[in-house]
Structures are given as structure tokens and as C-alpha cells.
Design a binder for this molecule. Structure first.
Ligand SMILES: Cc1cc2nc3c(=O)[nH]c(=O)nc-3n(C[C@H](O)[C@H](O)[C@H](O)COP(=O)(O)OP(=O)(O)OC[C@H]3O[C@@H](n4cnc5c(N)ncnc54)[C@H](O)[C@@H]3O)c2cc1C
Length: 435
């Protein structure tokens, strides 16, 4: 499916507005009949923490699930960023609730709500709220501060505790929420509870593979050292646009892993990915036999499309297996020849160059190989830098659309350097091959 860039931009704005409005909406139900302004302020702050912060977390949870959000917007990288931001804002706002509800109760009822008495149902519900706060803090702190140290899988399994947050939040709101219990907002809260239950069921069905296409492997060819292209019979059930990726697994409960679609033919009904050996799944992909059935879901992502929607010359910068999103782009540019295009491609050795023959045969796209370890190589070496780009590109850097894909360190450094060189933000896009 071709998605127009304008739709992507509009989609981002509309989703942002929906989140802002639905998160602020519960505040309309807060009853401010307090005897003093000070108490009214405490109440507003406490309710902002619980209702606005709670809505942020519910949205964050929803946006963390690719199967659901991709139906709204395929811009998965942007949605992941939004998911993180909502978690950060939510975590800043939510503590307002325990702080100011505690102060409010002390002033109004002379009662310390945190003096827990397990015999009291009210106190047990407060305790539930404290447990909820602990889980939120655990998920957010581990993601924000320890994500890199933990490694992908430890972080991933830790993150699963976030599944407890929506049900606990909803129950806590029903039992203690004065705005929820005492106003018609309770109907909305019921609606949210039903939606969340449906969402859990949907997510579980997704995990079981209910929405994945079963595609048979047609062929698997080595295209560089430890790198294999696996082409499947798509039956046109998955129609990826340029730069999009799919998730792949063999069996239902296995973790699905993302791979960019490196080849796609609508006429032949085939779709291929190219995997570099890294861990268990990419190793298995090196030895695929024809006929094996893979579970594939997607397509996701919008990488390359905003850049190609402009008439500007394009600079593709790839490191190692980060070349995959560019293959369909250079094929298109070779055919259309409607703009200047460059490919800067960094590898260690000549034999690491993925699709070497194809890259070297490009006529329209200018190719600059950067090989760090190849003995006797007389071309570029070292990191791809802004200076290196400027040496090869005939115009000022601000004239180009930059597309970056490769190791996160390379992408982040180069992106920062391009911004320092005054290349506007919307002329630099990246795809990261890790979460
Ligand atoms: C949008 C995107 C597109 C990608 N495209 C390609 C591609 O075209 N070719 C290619 O070879 N690789 C691609 N990758 C990387 C690929 O997903 C990982 O190399 C693969 O998942 C590793 O799995 P493994 O079992 O071999 O190794 P593991 O040891 O299981 O994982 C190695 C590392 O891969 C990353 N990873 C694993 N699972 C996931 C996941 N579910 N989501 C995000 N990152 C994960 C983590 O950083 C992890 O530490 C892409 C990644 C992303 C996010």
C-alpha cells in the first residue's frame, strides 16, 4: 500500500491532538466545590496526576503494540518515540497524585492515607495504588536509565511487567477515584476498561499469530559474508512500500524479529528480506530451505518516503547490513533517474559489501565505498563523516535529503553532525536496527 507523505504528517498531528484532548478530557469532570483556593489547587494537582497521567499511561501502553498502532499510522519509529515520551511525561505527572492527595486528606480529614491498615478495604486500595506506582517507576527507570546496560532481552522481559499497569490503574480508579465513582465519567472509565480487555485479547491473538501471514520460503541465497537473502511467496498478502519492514518468526509463541523488505515484486507475488548473522534467528535464516513456512506480519515504517516525496537529491548512508532499506530505493532511482543520488556505504572488508555486484553496477546512483580494514584499498576509510560527505557532494549539504541506516552509534553521530552543519531536521531521516 502506498502511503502519501502528507498523510503521514497529518496522521502525526491528528494522533497528537487526539491524545492531548482525551488526556485532558477527564479534568472536565473534576468537581471543584472546595472551601478554599488552596484545597482546590491541591485537588486539581492530585487529579492531574491521576487522570491526565493515567490517560498518558493508557495511551502509552496502546502505542507500545505495533499490531494495533500500525493500523492507525505505519510510522512505527515515530510511534515508538511518542510511546517513550508519553511514559516520560506520564511519570513526571503521576507523582502529583500521591503527593497532593496525601496533603489534601491530611488537611480535610486529618487522615494519613499512607498509614496502611490491611483490615480496611479503603486502605487496601491505597496499597494497590502504591504497588502500581512501584511498577510504573520500575518500568520507566529500567527503560530510561538501564536499557543499554541491560541489553535487549533483559530489558524486553522486564518491560513485560508493564502489562500489569492498565488493569491496576483501572481497578484503582474504580475503587478510590472520587471523580470516577461520583460523576458520569464512570461510564467513560467503564468504556476504557472494556476497550482494554478487548485490546489484551487482540494482543494475545496477535502473539498467537492470528494476524500474521504464513509465507513459504521460495529461495535463500548468500549475498555477502554471513548474509543471506530469503525470498518468500507473498501471495500479495503483504504489500510493503519502499523502506518498510516486516516481523518474522517460525512459530506462534516465538519472538518475532524485524527485517526490512529488501526485495518485493508485485507481479511475481514475492517478498524478500536480507539477514546478517547475529544471533539465533539470523543464524537460522542463513540456512533456510525452500518450502519452510514463516509467519510474517507488517508492513511497518515510513523510512525513505518523506525524502523521496520531495524533488531533492538524495544521499543514502549505510553501514553494514543497514544497506537493506536502500536496495529498493536505488532500483527505483536507477529506473526513474529523476534526481541525483549518492550512496555512501561503510564496511570492514570488500567481501562484507552486501549486494556487491549490484552496487558496483549502479550507473545513476554515485557510490562511495568506505572500507576500514580492506588491505590495499585506496578509497575512503574510517567513519563516514560530514567532511567526507562534503568532499564528494557537489552542492552544499543543505541541498540534500539524507537517509541513514546502520549501527546506532554511526547513525546518531552523523545525524548530530548534519544538524550542526545546519541541515534542517526534516531533511535527515534514519532507521535504527535496534530498539
Ligand atoms: C526496523 C528494523 C529493521 C531491521 N532490518 C534488518 C535487516 O534488513 N537485516 C538484518 O539482518 N537485520 C535487521 N534488523 C535487525 C534484526 O532485527 C536483528 O538483527 C535480529 O532481530 C537479531 O535476532 P537474532 O535472534 O539473530 O539475535 P538476537 O541475539 O536475538 O538479537 C540481537 C540483537 O538484535 C536486536 N533485536 C532482537 N530482537 C529484536 C526485536 N524484536 N526488535 C528490535 N530489535 C531486536 C537487539 O538489539 C538484540 O540485542 C532490523 C531491525 C529493526 C528494528
Amino acid at each position: 500500500m502506498e502511503i502519501r507523505p502528507q498523510r503521514i504528517r497529518t496522521g502525526r498531528i491528528v494522533l497528537g491532538l487526539i491524545i492531548a484532548v482525551t488526556s485532558a478530557l477527564p479534568m472536565l469532570f473534576v468537581q471543584l466545590d472546595e472551601p478554599s483556593t488552596r484545597l482546590a489547587v491541591y485537588k486539581v494537582l492530585a487529579k492531574t496526576g491521576s487522570l491526565v497521567g493515567g490517560m498518558f499511561l493508557l495511551w502509552q501502553f496502546f502505542l507500545g503494540f505495533r499490531g494495533a498502532v500500525a493500523a492507525i499510522l505505519p510510522d512505527l519509529s515515530w510511534l515508538v518515540e511518542l510511546h517513550k515520551k508519553l511514559g516520560q511525561f506520564g511519570t513526571l505527572i503521576i507523582p502529583l497524585h500521591p503527593i497532593f492527595i496525601g496533603i489534601y486528606y491530611l488537611e480535610v480529614f486529618d487522615r494519613n492515607v499512607y498509614d496502611i491498615d490491611l483490615a480496611s478495604p479503603y486502605s487496601r486500595a491505597v496499597l494497590l495504588g502504591m504497588v502500581l506506582l512501584g511498577i510504573i517507576a520500575f518500568v520507566v527507570i529500567s527503560s530510561a536509565f538501564f536499557r543499554n546496560k541491560m541489553g535487549f532481552y533483559q530489558w524486553f522481559y522486564t518491560h513485560l511487567s508493564s502489562y500489569l499497569i492498565p488493569p491496576l490503574l483501572i481497578i484503582h480508579g474504580f475503587v478510590l477515584g472520587e471523580t470516577i465513582g461520583g460523576t458520569s465519567f464512570r461510564y467513560i472509565w467503564w468504556g476504557l476498561a472494556v476497550l482494554m480487555a478487548a485490546f489484551y485479547a487482540y494482543r494475545f491473538a496477535h502473539k498467537l499469530g492470528a494476524f500474521a501471514a504464513g509465507l513459504r520460503v521460495g529461495r535463500a541465497d548468500e549475498v555477502a559474508a554471513d548474509t543471506t537473502e530469503v525470498v518468500m511467496d507473498s501471495g500479495r498478502r503483504i504489500r510493503p512500500a519502499l523502506g518498510q519492514f516486516v516481523y518474522l518468526r517460525r512459530e506462534a509463541l516465538e519472538n518475532a524479529h524485524p527485517y526490512t523488505v529488501s526485495t518485493y515484486s508485485e507481479e511475481e507475488g514475492t517478498l524478500g528480506i536480507t539477514a546478517k548473522k547475529e544471533g539465533p534467528q539470523t543464524t537460522r535464516l542463513q540456512h533456510m530451505s525452500p518450502g519452510v513456512r514463516m509467519m510474517v506480519d507488517g508492513p511497518y515504517g515510513v523510512f525513505t518516503r518523506l525524502a523521496l516525496s520531495t524533488g531533492d537529491p538524495v544521499v543514502m548512508i549505510a553501514g553494514g547490513i543497514g544497506i537493506t532499506p536502500f536496495r529498493r530505493v536505488w532500483q527505483l532511482l536507477e529506473e526513474r533517474r529523476d534526481r541525483e543520488a549518492w550512496l555512501f556505504y561503510g564496511n570492514e572488508f570488500y567481501e562484507d559489501i552486501v549486494y556487491r555486484d549490484e552496487v558496483d553496477a549502479l550507473e545513476h546512483v554515485h557510490v562511495v565505498h568506505v572500507l576500514n580494514q580492506e588491505p590495499g584499498f585506496s578509497g575512503e576509510r574510517g567513519f563516514i563523516t560530514v567532511d567526507m560527505l562534503a568532499r564528494h557532494l557537489p552542492q552544499d549539504l543543505q541541498a540534500y535529503q539524507f537517509l541513514l541506516c546502520g549501527p546506532p552509534v554511526m547513525v546518531r553521530k552523523l545525524e548530530a553532525a548534519l544538524h550542526e552543519s545546519l541541515v534542517p531536521d526534516d531533511q535527515v531521516q534514519h532507521e535504527l536496527f535496534s530498539n
